[in-house]
Design a protein around this ligand. Structure first.
Ligand code: FMN
Length: 346
């Protein structure tokens, strides 16, 4: 299975991400530890019009040199465009310098992470802690926006609040109003609080209310809202897209080891029949391709470590999922991986 055809794409809708017309209106979310270049390229091949890198710490971006081992994180190839980079930090000036460096590397848009719930991140006043500090968050936004050329969209990843208190909701709308007046292109909104992490369900009523608030505001009709949370099937995607009037959807855990969700969601959004799950031959072909992309980037030695977490997720599509998963937990090297394919994916 490859890209959905142009008719399906057009009928699925368009997400205007600044100057980029993304159709179908789907993006691959930033996923730390997963959304590396091989995963993003695979998403593209399956019709996802734009994929975000895993989040980068601003200081990390400034420290990577052309010769360091981490340089592949910042490598953008011609076929990757449009390609988004996401930044995390706490100091406006450090954000600014890192955003400019990312542009030099070839990224097309910058997304700021005010959503990460990891304790260590919060302890350093980064990520989700900025949901509770709108003044600081807006200072960062303004500094980065002023530094970027007008043609480069700046977006922000938010959660519904820091916690469930009314004060937190007030902070959310203070932040949102500030983004509207500072030239931000739009937001990706995950309907959980920072405190929730990944517990409970994403609150799509909240996402719908935010979209409604923006429609009533009418000041910035170009400002997009991309909804995020619990999008695991094509039906989830259609339901959330239609019920909330969001401009787009961010697919996250649902596409780890399952890039087929992109064409399935595209078809469903277009009102077309949802393509069936891939057969074993097709799963095998995609796994091999993913492995080869990884190997080309990281070298043979590191690929087992980089691919194991994906293979375990690919196993979920196999009728003998648990058995295949166990085999993927313990193999070593390309030969070991091919033995598992030989055994289970005939
Ligand atoms: C392993 C993992 C890593 C993530 N990394 C990032 C990240 O780097 N930046 C970000 O904005 N969100 C990150 N997220 C959040 C996702 O982008 C998404 O908003 C969240 O998982 C909700 O969507 P889902 O329920 O469909 O997975 C991560 C989530 C997971 C599970």
């Amino acid at each position: 299975m490859t890209e959905p055809d142009d008719n399906i794409k057009a009928a699925a809708g368009v997400l205007n991400y600044g100057p980029f017309r993304l159709t179908p209106p789907l993006i691959e979310a930033a996923l730390s530890g997963y959304s590396d270049a091989p995963m993003r390229r695979l998403a593209k091949r399956f019709g996802c019009p734009m994929a975000l890198c895993e989040v980068f710490l601003d200081r990390f971006v400034m420290e990577v040199t052309k010769r360091s081992k981490a340089r592949f994180y910042l490598a953008v190839k011609p076929e990757d465009h449009p390609c988004g980079a996401q930044l995390m930090g706490s100091e406006p000036e450090e954000f600014r310098a890192a955003a400019l460096r990312l542009l030099q590397c070839g990224f097309d848009l910058i997304d700021l992470n005010f959503a990460c719930p990891v304790k260590k991140v919060l302890g350093r006043a980064r990520g989700g802690s900025l949901m509770a500090d709108p003044r600081r968050a807006l200072e960062i936004v303004q500094t980065v926006r002023e530094a970027l050329p007008d043609s480069v969209p700046l977006s922000v990843k938010l959660r519904k609040g820091f916690d469930e208190t009314p004060g937190s909701e007030e902070d959310f709308f203070t932040l949102l109003d500030g983004l509207l007046s500072r030239g931000v292109a739009g937001i990706t909104l995950h309907g959980r609080t920072v405190q929730q992490g990944y517990q409970g369900k994403s609150d799509w009523d909240f996402i719908r209310n935010v979209k409604r608030y923006l429609i009533e505001d009418k000041k910035r009709p170009d400002f997009f809202v991309i909804g995020s949370g619990d999008l695991f099937t094509a039906d989830d995607c259609v339901k959330r897209y239609r019920e909330t009037s969001v401009d787009g959807l961010a697919l996250a855990r649902g596409v780890i080891g399952n890039p087929w969700l992109f064409p399935q969601a595209a078809a469903a959004l277009a009102g077309e029949p949802i393509p069936p799950s891939p057969d074993l031959e097709e799963q095998k072909e995609v796994i091999l391709r993913h492995w080869s992309e990884s190997e080309a980037l990281y070298g043979a030695k590191r690929t087992t470590m980089m691919m194991r977490k994906f293979l375990i997720r690919y196993a979920a599509l196999h009728p003998k999922g648990e058995e295949v998963k166990r085999a993927f937990v313990s193999f070593r090297g390309r030969e070991g991986m091919e033995n598992v394919l030989q055994r289970f994916y005939k």
